[in-house]
Ligand binder design. Structure first.
Ligand SMILES: [Zn+2]
Length: 60
């Protein structure tokens, strides 16, 4: 019974399986979403969407 540390890295924002992902606050987030988050402005609806997603995730 070998349980490796390998697990699919699924971005919690877009839900896509990623080869490379970042860990933000213990959550896997893909580079694409991370870039979008950084690019997005506070007043940007996209930013609000990400914040909403993150808050939902962190609420678990
Ligand atoms: Zn993503």
């Amino acid at each position: 019974m070998v349980e490796g540390n390998q697990r699919p890295q699924i971005c919690l924002i877009c839900g896509q399986e990623q080869h490379e992902s970042l860990e933000i606050l213990g959550k896997q987030i893909c580079c694409t979403c991370e870039t979008e988050m950084v690019k997005s402005k506070v007043e940007d609806p996209v930013y609000l969407y990400y914040v909403w997603r993150l808050r939902r995730l962190l609420a678990h």
